[in-house]
Design a protein around this ligand. Structure first.
Ligand code: FES
Ligand code: FE2
Length: 459
């Protein structure tokens, strides 16, 4: 970050204090234009999953703001990426009209539809009509496709359009280290859906960034435990998890235990929570194995078994059930589980809520040039027995309960309402919770600094 920048936000150490920031990041067309220049072409971001392009020649387009990137497997273990633009006169090489999620296929080469210039899978130009007309002035430096940096982590393909970007692993930092035990690379898509919302991409993402909203937005979940939470910044990225209201006990308990049955009978409440999550979070946030193992608790354990024993038994029997069907659990110690928290924000636009054999993820991107619209995507990952992985396509799904489940629709209900509310002349700026919503503030701190825009400041 240049020393010359004028708009430095609060430091990471100041996140524990009350801070505020304005609405420009959500509402301003200028802010959106700045993101188009200084965010999307400059930062690592998830393009897709590795399993989407298993064969040589498989490709997809990744589109964000004004950018479009072709990602292609060029060899068994090599993935490359190029800007989706013909170097002749700038036609998009693969047509991606607005409203198309992405274009997929398998190609030996790419031919531009305008004048026929052709490129191989490595991006090299292989054909120029009447090349002699340039009298030898053309060279690969100006006729090949512009390369984009590409790397993988956790089974995701990340791209970065900045040729001088830091390596992906450095960018991910502690997030990669703390999430490594979950072995996301061994998970596969269970379902994936997208929809367009009337809110900024950040408003959409932030609807999922903290459990502080559970008490009001998902009231039905309160009967299963307390949802007091912490959130913690790790550089660009941050995590939240369940916590204790008592400051003495904070961030010391496992996130699983925090919700293990508030009721009189932990056997029943553990099952009820699992069943409710499975039914209302669109068959995610848990697995069928975990739900079924929880259902048996009442038969397998005597009444009065303490909650920690109930949870230990439940997890051990689910692990055995999964092993019997060929799904091995990763070795994650209770400490690793605890420090990894509940849900991560991976800068700029990915959210990962992880479990031992599953993850529920969200990604948002701007839609067109309107800061009041975004593409919202959610997908569930899970470990499956080898050869039995489902292969769901991206599906456009209207924001209704039948398609997304009750809990996600409750989250959706806040998005456009926040976007509208922030336009009120009576809104004085955000007042994020300094303990529970630090993740949201850290996001704005980092984004504002990257864009050299005014960011969070002490109240
Ligand atoms: S713009 Fe692609 S060949 Fe002319
Ligand atoms: Fe929620």
């Amino acid at each position: 970050m240049s020393e010359m920048r004028m708009n430095k936000s609060v430091s990471v150490d100041e996140l524990e204090h009350a801070v505020t920031y304005g609405t420009d990041p959500f509402l301003s067309g200028d802010y959106h234009q700045t993101e188009k220049k200084r965010l999307w072409p400059q930062t690592w971001q998830v393009a897709e999953r590795v399993e989407d392009i298993p064969n040589v020649g498989d490709f997809f387009t990744y589109n964000v703001a004004d950018e479009s990137v072709i990602v292609i497997r060029t060899a068994a273990d090599v993935i490359k990426a190029f800007h989706n633009v013909c170097p002749h006169r700038g036609r998009q090489l693969i047509d991606v009209p607005p409203g198309v999620h992405s274009v997929r296929g398998n190609r030996l080469s790419f031919m531009c539809g305008f004048h026929g210039w052709t490129f191989d899978r490595e991006g090299a130009n292989t054909y120029i009509l009447d090349e002699q007309d340039w009298k030898g002035a053309l060279n690969p430096g100006c006729t090949s496709l512009s390369p984009v940096q590409v790397d993988t982590w956790g089974g995701w393909i990340f791209v970065n359009m900045n040729p001088n970007a830091e390596p992906l692993r450095e960018f991910l930092g502690e997030a990669a280290r703390l999430l490594a035990p979950f072995e996301f690379e061994k998970m596969r898509y269970k379902w994936r859906q997208w929809v367009i919302f009337d809110c900024n991409w950040k408003t959409g993402l932030e609807a999922f960034m903290e459990p502080y909203h559970v008490s009001a937005t998902h009231k039905q979940l309160l009967k299963y435990g307390q949802y007091y939470s912490y959130s913690k910044a790790y550089g660009l990225h941050s995590v939240s998890g369940f916590d204790e209201r008592d400051p003495e006990k904070r961030i010391k308990q496992s996130t699983t235990l925090a919700r293990a049955g508030k009721g009189a009978d932990a056997r029943l409440s553990t099952y009820e929570l699992q069943r409710e999550q499975y039914e209302t979070v669109n068959k995610s946030s848990t697995t069928e194995t975990l739900v079924n193992a929880a259902k048996r608790l009442v038969d397998e354990l005597p009444e009065g078994t303490p909650p920690d024993k109930v949870v230990a038994h439940w997890l051990a029997s689910a692990k055995a059930d999964d092993a019997a069907r060929g799904v091995n659990w990763p070795e994650i110690s209770p400490d690793e589980m605890s420090v990894a928290g509940l849900a991560w924000h991976v800068f700029p636009n990915l959210s990962i809520t992880q479990g031992v054999t599953f993850a529920l993820c969200y990604r948002t991107r701007p839609y067109g040039d309107d800061p009041n619209k975004c593409i919202f995507e959610a997908f569930a990952l899970e470990r499956f027995p080898e050869g039995k992985e489902p292969k769901p396509e991206w599906t456009y799904a209207e924001a209704v309960e039948e398609k997304w489940g009750r809990v996600l629709c409750q989250d959706f209900s806040n998005m456009a309402a926040v976007q509208r509310g922030m336009k009120s002349s009576g809104f004085r700026g955000t007042l994020p919770n300094p303990h529970q919503e630090r993740k949201v503030t850290n996001f704005h701190r980092n984004l504002a600094d990257l864009l050299d825009q005014p960011g969070p400041r002490r109240v």
